[in-house]
Design a protein around this ligand. Structure first.
Ligand SMILES: NC(=O)c1ccc[n+]([C@@H]2O[C@H](COP(=O)([O-])OP(=O)(O)OC[C@H]3O[C@@H](n4cnc5c(N)ncnc54)[C@H](OP(=O)(O)O)[C@@H]3O)[C@@H](O)[C@H]2O)c1
Length: 336
């Protein structure tokens, strides 16, 4: 079978190779993968950026995939041949609180990912794909969508009428926008591009700000909310955005620390947090149980993920380049 493998650190070392087709052992499911989605994280993995939390050789790339069950091992009860399934981000985080052991089972980092024609999964590490989604759409969910859901819904308990700030128009942020609108919230979205801001408005954003032309966007968010600040910030920017995010959040509001798109180290403005009773919450994707709750909402609301572009497997390098250039709006997918 074909697979895209990181053979050593660096994008020149991501290669399309042939590997033996795996076989499912007892309790395992063999999936014929048909789609996989990229996340910013995969660019970090290529450059060895997760240190001891990833392999830098012989690693099948990407965490998020979908396809059809091709065969099952002895004792498998949750799936049968022909079922449509999607991967979970962690092989071992089924439910409950995260532990280091569960977090070590992230696909496309320490364990092999999904950019391959076939992969064997423990049956616990798959979810059923809702009928209203294509495989390409289902492949966008395991990391980006679940992260947005974990922040706003699981941790944040988002309620109608609350205000949510989302930064940029990448995968996590657009899912956060969609879930926030589903929950009846008011959404303020930022982007570096006026063209993308038009698109984000069509997707339901109530207010938009260009963070390039308005570098002091935290102040503008406060003005939009009549001086109160937002209830929730989906913080994907990291060092370059945290100060403005802390400015934008209301006293008693929540900032979900998710990403470090603009840097990982920050001189934290402690008084901004403690004197205003702000809750800062780290987010690490989520469990299968949370994924299944999210899938019920997606199926019920007939929510469609935003796919920017689908590349054939042979053009995987173009897909990585497209994401790295930040030209995308939503998710970049590879058809396998
Ligand atoms: N903790 C977790 O569990 C978890 C899970 C998923 C992702 N993440 C992290 O979250 C971040 C986003 O991931 P993703 O996969 O959604 O990324 P992505 O799809 O590649 O999104 C990138 C987009 O973010 C926007 N952006 C870049 N720099 C920005 C800045 N300084 N301020 C505001 N927006 C900026 C840009 O939007 P515009 O072009 O519109 O400006 C860019 O297109 C990454 O750091 C990723 O590692 C963490």
């Amino acid at each position: 079978m074909k697979a895209v493998v990181l053979t050593a650190t660096g994008s020149q070392n991501v290669k399309l190779v042939r590997r033996p087709k795996p076989r499912p052992a007892a309790g395992e499911v063999l999936v014929r993968l048909t789609a996989a989605a990229l996340n910013y994280r995969d660019l970090v993995v290529v450059n060895g950026g997760y240190g001891s939390m990833q392999r830098t050789s012989d690693l099948v790339m990407l965490s998020d995939g979908a396809g059809k069950v091709a065969a099952i091992g002895d004792g498998v009860r949750r799936f049968k041949r022909g079922d449509r399934v999607a991967s979970t981000f962690f092989d071992d985080w089924v439910a409950g609180e995260p532990t280091q052991e569960k977090l070590n089972s992230a696909l496309g980092a320490l364990v092999d990912g999904v950019l391959a024609e076939y992969r064997v999964f423990p049956e616990r590490a798959l979810v059923a794909t809702p009928d209203n989604l294509s495989d390409a759409e289902a492949a966008t969910l395991p990391c980006a969508a679940l992260t947005a859901w974990s922040a706003l819904i699981t941790q944040g308990g988002l309620r109608p009428g609350e205000t949510v700030l989302v930064l940029g128009t990448g995968g996590v942020s657009l899912f956060a926008l969609q879930f926030a609108k589903l929950a009846g919230a008011c959404v303020i979205a930022t982007s570096s591009s006026d063209r993308k801001l038009k698109k984000v408005r069509k997707l339901g954003a109530d207010h938009v700000i260009n963070y390039k032309t308005t570098p002091d966007w935290g102040k503008q968010v406060v003005a939009i909310t009549g001086g109160r600040g937002v209830d929730h910030v989906v913080e994907v920017g990291g060092a370059g955005t945290l100060k403005q995010s802390l400015r934008a959040v209301r006293a008693g509001g929540r900032v979900y620390l998710i990403g470090v798109l603009s840097g990982a180290k920050h001189d934290l403005m402690l008084p901004f947090i403690l004197t205003r009773n702000v809750r800062v919450q780290g987010i690490t994707v989520g469990s299968r149980e949370q994924f299944e709750a999210m899938l019920r909402a997606i199926a019920h609301a007939r929510l469609r993920p935003v796919i920017d572009r689908i590349y054939p497997m042979a053009r995987f390098a173009d897909a990585f380049d497209h994401l790295a250039a930040g030209r995308h709006f939503g998710k970049v997918v590879i058809a396998i």
